[in-house]
Design a protein around this ligand. Sequence first.
Ligand code: SAM
Ligand code: SF4
Length: 450
Amino acid sequence: MNVNDTEVIFSILEKAGYGRTENIEEASVILANTCSVRDNAEQRIWGRIDQFKAVRKNRENVIIGIVGCMAERLKDSLLEKHDVDLVAGPDSYRTLPLMIGNITPGHPQINVLLSKEETYDDIVPVRTDKNGVSAFISIMRGCNNACSYCVVPYTRGRERSRDPKTILKEARDVFDKGYKEITLLGQNVDSYFWNDPETSDNNVNFAQLLEMVAKIDPTLRIRFSTSHPKDISDEVIYTMAMYENICKHIHLPVQSGSDRILEKMRRRYTREWYLERVEKIREVIPDCGITTDVISGFCSETEEDHRQTLSLMENVGFDFAYMFQYSERPGTLAARNYPDDVPPEIKTRRLNEIIELQGRLSLKSNENDIGKKMKVLVEGPSKKNPDEMCGRASNNKMCVFPRKFPDGYVSTTDTEEMPGIRKSGEIRIGDYIIAEVTSCTSATLICKLI
Ligand code: SAM
Ligand code: SF4
């Protein structure tokens, strides 16, 4: 989401006459787009600000700005304590050119107003991806949930959904520019809802939006993130099953396997509910990739709660997980109401057990794919071996495969229902290929071209 916000900022600034540079030494404005979700994300920014100040020492007129969630959370204390020139929260990016223009020595600028309407829906983001294959499109902003550990509702404000017409326009636009994959973004995509101001006949929910985007072209892949277990509907699951180009992957953050902790986190679902949603996904889409987020050591978590998390992970057999230690965020419900009482060494030990288990689960899940055929969208050269290429299968697993079909080989794979597949010759970024999995690691499927 921050990458996409950065793309929006580039667009706003380009319109105002600014150009982008990758070279900090020639920048006249340096902005850091920041995250507040965990303390370590914030800690990294302080070092960056010191680097920026070293640049400003040599060139007095350089402007240093902090934008995004840290700007929203820390507000004018950033100006006072950290001597930056500009502080701009996530809903204030349209005012950036004006703010930058108004900065004079000793007169920094700040705008941290949150909005109930801003979705930047008319702004065409300047894409920053390197390969021209995958693009992010924000479909909503903010969050109306109040998970007790989470700072997002405070830094990004109330949830608002973007007009579907502007989402479709942006999606068609990126497809016309050659992109092959779109990821629809929101903190809780299942609660996307567009209330048409003119007639309720035109209201659009997330399943309907997914279908509209999928219909743009069968060679355009659709992904989305993040789904909330309490809100993911059967309608969304059935819509995914209906369209080949909606990728068969759901990121479904569970956070904990203990009902007591889930209640304390205010996630508003139980272990049983979560497992039922997974069962439904698997019943309708048997080959769906399911990934998750897990937090270790939330307030008052006992060994038994931790074991419940491990057993849920084992029970689901997640393909992949993002795993974190609980990090208390000032001002959140948890920080105000519950002591952060799991000692750091216990948080770390539990996190290591979670990571170790997920490593085994990922390997097992990948081993189950050996022998399967995958449709893969080629993203670029493999990082480890320049003679190989890599790309993702529909279930979001990373695949590596040779750069070329053998000379004279033409694939006879039946791809009638899958348009746009390369069957011979040299493979290029943005191609679709059919790969057969021959072996794996816990992170990668190793494939041959067929
Ligand atoms: N909206 C998404 C959802 O509800 O699943 C997640 C958004 S959050 C930016 C991404 C992940 O960061 C969460 O799923 C959670 O695992 C983790 N996270 C959020 N707050 C955290 C905290 N205070 N400490 C540790 N991890 C946290
Ligand atoms: Fe944070 Fe919960 Fe909203 Fe996700 S759903 S952004 S974890 S408050």
